[in-house]
Design a protein around this ligand. Sequence first.
Ligand code: PLP
Length: 453
Amino acid sequence: DNNKASATTADIQALDAEHHLHPFTNTGALNKKGARVITKGEGVYLWDSEGNKIIDGMAGLWCVNMGYGRKELVEAANTQMNQLAYYNTFFQTTHTPVAELAREIASVTPGDLNHIFFANSGSEAIDTIIRLVRQYWAIKGKPYRNILISRENAYHGSTVGGTSLGGMSGMHKQGAPLVPNIERIRQPYWYGEAGDMSEEEFGIACAKALEEKILEVGPDNVAAFVGEPIQGAGGVIVPPANYWAEIQKICQKYDILLAADEVICGFGRTGSWFGSETLGITPDIISMAKGLSSGYLPIAAVAVGDRISNALIEHDDDFNHGYTYSGHPVSAAVAIANIRLMKEENIVDYVANDIGPYFQQKLRDTLGEHPLVGHIEGVGLVAGIALVKDKATKELFPDDLDIGMICRDHCFNNGLIMRAVGSRMVLSPPLVISRDEVDELIEKARLCFDLTL
Ligand code: PLP
């Protein structure tokens, strides 16, 4: 009954155009063509209202790690909603799901990161980090230590705090001015920005930029350095192998807190519970969201080590920060079920030792020689592919051609969700993807790269 199906699609598109302001979208332009209506998800697949089946190479927005349609997660939400749909954790109260989730998270975080503060989104977790590290130094009698250092082209969310900490210039123009006392250093994008430097030299140079910045603003004024273990939304940029160890040394030398933004890298994406383990980072504080609940409900968290938790707990005053839905019981119940499911299915091991290496190899075997592809980087189930006009010189296509968007649209129209970040194509499929599904995804990508040529 095709007519009926298309009428329904048109109706929804009309409603959407009339009333919905889309995030990160030119809504006027979208309204002219109509948004695609997604109706169903199962495993690694989505369906739209026209019945098209789409393989989701992005796990939603890097979040549906355990795949769509998991009954265990639906059941956990249903049970908890019937038991206690909401209660806060502000005023001398707690509840079972939030207490159990804090323990579950502590069971998978690295080192001594055993105390958990809850929020609802990655951006709120980042705002929490900004306030928490400043509060930490204030408690320590050094309120002047309030500068946070992050990196160019970092993505740390879309609240005013997250936007300010992030390093994407496009984000800074909207809703300025930014939060003060944030400084940025260069990103460790070896393929794109190293010139003639070897990967090792470049890793050291990028880390040294942190030390230079610390000395420029005065070590006694710096609260923390914040970075994604692997930059995600910036285009999946894997730093040189020596980079994080050097950053870590510099933070230790000047007694600066090290925060890892694990919103994408957390929960198995790189083949460890957290990207910090894969990249060899020992952070004082980490943010997490997305994969924490596989995106089934909004929930985020900040985990801190003893150094910070002891300071907060011993300080005899309130930490005046939190959200109505901090530790929401239904989201917490889903996150608990999600972590348990990940453990039962050994999903982290599957990514590290089976599907991750398979995916990375297959990508390189299938697309490495493609005339559009300059470079492929990635770990586990996250990858970035640089599109170039000239492989030998790394020359890029002109900006106004917008090669990434052309490629992305071919994917979108051919049953594959792949994102473009400028001229980089990125992939981050659900962690439960099978080898056959990886083959299908990468074969589709090759077809779409051919169409883009
Ligand atoms: N931090 C990182 C590293 C992210 O990738 C994102 C979102 O993509 C955020 C923070 C913001 O998370 P949210 O969109 O849930 O606010």
